[in-house]
Design a binder for this molecule. Structure first.
Ligand code: ACO
Length: 321
């Protein structure tokens, strides 16, 4: 039996401050109705002055470790999907290692924007399958409130802050459960559809998120649909085999488009975008944490995860719980 990765721990962290659409409408030319109708978002959590990708990621990681019944001493690697690190370096992952009291193992960040969690999960799985790590913390942690332009109503209303974490653990025991496969893609020729204008290497730029919303929407529906087909075909599975869709939470209309293709009823789709908005790389692990803890996702369920983000990057992960 080849070694495979089990998803054994789940954790999430959301900052205390909740900002409703009406609060945004008090400062911007927008409305609760416009935001809800176009995106499904009603509110979002916004980081306080002391919340960072490191602090929120460490909180989510602690909760995932508790769920798994593991301690930081059991962890061989920490991989963080983030586009909003506290510093250019050290990596957020290494700062989280320090917060957890880890001096063993290794950690690094991975930049794939909203697809960051899927890319990190795939990378962690490869380390486990190769024997280079046994237990890996896979984290998505983002503070998009610090890169959106709060005067641009076309983008700032879409995002929120938060962190989610999963513990992946290798096993050689026979069984059905585990990460079945992941599929990753990127296409830099579409990079200007969704990007951040500047970073520490380009300080003369503003460092704000820019987006061609309609084009991103069009790419998202097409590429996520083909990702879903690719994932199922690789495993010889059918649409009807999927128990739960746990999508990246960007926009309810994108999510519904993919669910419709799968013929999945809304009650089989895990939705957090209404309360969290788009938390980028954190959105899938936050949604997983919620659905595992409230008992929706059960042992034996087939869970399909998918995401698209700046790059463009996109991909999927299929797991048997
Ligand atoms: N409030 C009120 N009006 C607004 C707002 C707002 N917050 N934002 C834009 N508008 C106006 C525009 O100015 C425009 O007005 P005009 O017709 O007078 O010029 C009108 O609304 C329509 O604007 P569009 O951008 O064409 O609106 P659209 O229906 O495309 O919806 C949206 C915009 C919600 C951004 C949509 O394109 C979308 O969801 N795109 C996907 C982008 C996304 O989710 N990105 C997240 C990162 S990528 C990812 O995670 C998948």
């Amino acid at each position: 039996m080849a070694r495979r990765s089990l998803l054994v721990g789940f954790g999430g962290f959301l900052p205390d401050r909740v900002v409703t659409n009406d609060e945004l409408a008090a400062q911007l030319d927008t409305s609760d109705d416009w935001i809800k109708t176009r995106t499904g978002i009603t509110r979002r959590h916004i980081a306080g002055p002391n919340d960072t990708a490191t602090s929120m990621g460490a909180q989510a990681a602690r909760r995932a470790l508790d769920y798994a019944g593991l301690t930081p001493a059991d962890i061989d690697a920490v991989i963080v999907g983030t586009s909003t690190p506290d510093q250019a370096f050290p990596a957020t992952a290494v700062r989280i290692q320090a917060e957890l009291g880890m001096q063993q193992g290794f950690g690094f960040d991975l930049a794939a924007a909203c697809s960051g969690f899927i890319f990190a999960l795939s990378t962690a799985d490869a380390f486990i399958r190769s024997g280079q790590a046994r237990n890996v913390l896979v984290i998505g942690s983002e503070v998009y409130s610090r890169i959106v332009d709060w005067s641009d109503r076309g983008t700032c209303v879409l995002f929120g802050d938060g962190a989610g974490a999963v513990v992946l653990s290798g096993t050689d025991e026979p069984g059905e459960a585990g990460l079945l496969s992941t599929h990753l893609h990127s296409d830099g020729t579409a990079g200007d559809l969704l990007y951040v204008d500047g970073a520490v290497g380009r300080r003369e730029m503003s460092g704000h998120l820019k987006m061609s919303g309609r084009d991103v929407f069009r790419h998202a529906v097409a590429k996520l649909s083909s990702s879903v087909d690719e994932a199922l075909k690789a495993e010889g599975l059918e649409y009807g085999d999927v128990s739960w869709l746990v999508p990246h939470q960007a926009n309810i209309r994108i999510i519904e488009g993919v669910a419709k293709k799968l013929n999945l009823p809304p009650e089989r789709v895990v939705i957090t975008v209404d309360r969290h908005a788009n938390t980028s790389a954190a959105s899938i692990p936050l949604a997983l944490d919620e659905a595992v803890r409230d008992g929706r996702i059960q042992k034996g369920d087939l869970v399909l995860m998918e995401a698209l983000g700046g790059g463009l990057t996109w991909g999927s992960a299929l797991a048997r719980f």
